[in-house]
Design a binder for this molecule. Structure first.
Ligand code: ADP
Ligand code: MG
Length: 524
């Protein structure tokens, strides 16, 4: 070892062979020498580097930091300094590095030259930004989710009352009928928006089912053809043989609609071609970081490509941030892509984008395909009043919701007993368990929560169907609901129509055993 170091071979070997950039600068920052690794990562020869200063190789935004740090060394306060900065490659690209600089002084303590080493930390920076993105999403989600909860209840009441008025109280041409229909329209849009917020904040519980994606894509394409301006040409190519996913069809709709709407908006001015391409792949060729974790080895690849305005890197980096938009207040919500991102992540897939300013954009979504399993067993038979005429026990601690439920369900022909307190509701049920055909209960209540009430009721009468209505923050896990014996979960704000359909479905199924299992979703 001694002779090795004495001969300087050791130092030369370190300089030449380590995977770390090492270089020497004079006091003005001019490069005196650089090791082979430094030349390699910057893509310059040593000769070329010797014609540059370290400032020529620094990203403009990091020039000041670099200068300040060298000054601190020269002022004599420090011997060594470390900091992060962006270096520029020969082709102008930048990358993040961690830099250490040492100032060499002679025996009289006069500064001689700088020795510096750099390490490429772009990967760490990327992970850091992903983490920050995740934390920001989480924070916004919590906030938005909280507002959406209260908003949902208010919407239920607005929609319920307005629909009731249009259906039962106002003739088509009555004064005010038009306005009320407009209220319904607006409330439905608000409800869609709340669903988007809840989806991206992962508060809306997806209703998972085996679904076939191709028909959904065809339907969306048809819809787009009708609604997009004529200067946008739509091309659909379904090259995939398998298209079965275990997913919520609403979510698949959201992915495609959000990507296609963005594509169309990017081509709004000049028109162009919107391509939707589906194919199968047995590899996730996106980022190994986002590699799907599930057991699937087969994937569905959905590509949405446009030749619109495209994006520069500084926009591309931010598009998945909640509320990030480059569109006007009226047009953009900045929720489209965060929603896509959230859904894809929940489905253990991956999403990626390629785009350059002025050269269009190409979004790729990869989702694991579902491997077919056995059908669930058929339900047991019991006799009940099916459909209207049925006797409902309705439990909700919101008086307004109770009021419109009674009005609207009774108008539809149901017999409704409504209770605002769950303990009282249970007492009433216990008195005569056969007086009801179905129980519909809110989840989040004082006294017994919906799941507890359901359990108590089902202990007495295991065959009675119980439907639970939930808002965002009172999620009832599907497995848990199934274990208790709850028949269905309805997300708020629910519409009376929707509830009517569910009730009919459940009660009809129970009286005609040969029909399909409740909760089984049809392919749209
Ligand atoms: P919004 O569409 O409401 O702005 P999104 O989350 O859907 O919100 O998109 C965020 C931003 O990403 C858009 O404002 C736009 O700048 C950019 N973007 C998304 N898709 C495209 C595309 N196909 N072409 C160009 N830019 C896009
Ligand atoms: Mg959008």
């Amino acid at each position: 070892m001694n002779s090795f170091t004495d001969s300087n071979d050791f130092y030369r070997s370190v300089f030449n062979n380590l995977s770390i950039g090492i270089y020497m600068m004079d006091l003005s920052g001019k490069i005196i020498s650089a090791n082979p690794y430094m030349c390699k990562i910057l893509e310059f020869s040593e000769k070329e580097l010797q014609m540059k200063t370290c400032f020529n190789l620094t990203h403009p935004d990091d020039l000041e930091t670099t200068q300040n740090n060298l000054n601190r060394l020269l002022e004599g306060n420090l011997e060594n300094i470390s900091f992060s900065k962006r270096f520029l490659r020969k082709n102008g690209d930048h990358f993040w590095t961690s830099v250490g600089v040492f100032l060499n002084r002679n025996s009289e303590n006069t500064p001689q030259f700088f020795i510096s080493h750099i390490k490429d930390i772009s990967r760490e920076k990327e992970l850091e930004s992903q983490l920050r993105h995740a934390q920001k999403t989480e924070a916004v989600a919590t906030l938005a989710g909280g507002i959406a909860h209260d908003f949902n209840n208010i919407l239920s009441s607005i929609l319920g009352n307005a629909e009731f008025a249009v259906r039962h109280e106002l003739k088509d041409d009555a004064p005010g009928a038009y306005s009320v229909r407009q209220i319904i329209k607006a409330a439905k849009r608000a409800s869609f928006l709340v669903k988007q917020i809840l989806t991206f904040s992962r508060r809306r519980k997806p209703e998972l089912a085996q679904i076939s994606v191709n028909p959904i894509v065809k339907e969306i394409t048809k819809l787009l053809k009708k609604t997009l301006p004529a200067n946008i040409e739509i091309r659909l190519s379904l090259k995939n043989q398998s298209d079965i996913l275990m997913a919520d069809p609403v979510n698949v709709h959201q992915i495609l609609m959000n990507l296609c709407t963005n594509a169309a908006e990017a081509m709004q001015e000049k028109g162009g071609k919107l391509e939707i391409l589906l194919e199968n792949t047995d590899q996730n060729d996106i980022d190994p970081l986002n590699m799907p974790q599930g057991p699937s080895s087969k994937f569905l690849k959905i590509i949405v490509r446009d030749d619109g305005i495209g994006m520069p890197p500084e926009i591309r980096e931010r598009i998945f941030e909640p509320y990030f938009t480059t569109k006007s207040m009226k047009k953009g919500t900045g929720l489209g892509l965060p929603v896509v991102y959230g859904i894809v992540e929940d489905l253990k897939g991956a999403v990626d984008v390629e785009s350059k300013q002025g050269e269009g954009a190409c979004f790729t979504v990869i989702l694991p395909l579902f491997e077919r399993k056995q059908e669930p067993p058929a339900p047991t038979v019991t006799n009940r009043n099916a459909g209207p005429g049925a006797r409902i026990l309705f439990v909700d601690d919101d008086e307004q919701i109770i009021e419109f439920m009674i009005r609207s369900m009774e108008t539809m022909g149901y017999q409704v007993t409504a209770k605002a307190d769950s303990v009282g509701a249970f007492a009433c049920f216990k008195q005569d368990p056969t007086q009801f055909d179905i129980v519909i209960s809110d989840m989040n209540m004082n006294g017994y929560t919906g799941d507890v009430l359901a359990r108590k009721i089902l202990e007495i009468r295991p065959d009675i169907p119980v439907i639970i209505c939930t808002g965002y923050d009172e999620l009832l896990a599907e497995e848990q609901a199934e274990k208790i014996g709850i028949r269905d979960i309805v997300m708020k704000p629910f519409m009376v129509d929707q509830l009517d359909e569910k009730i009919r479905q459940i009660l009809t199924i129970d009286t005609q055993s040969e029909l399909k299992t409740p909760g089984q979703t049809n392919t749209p």
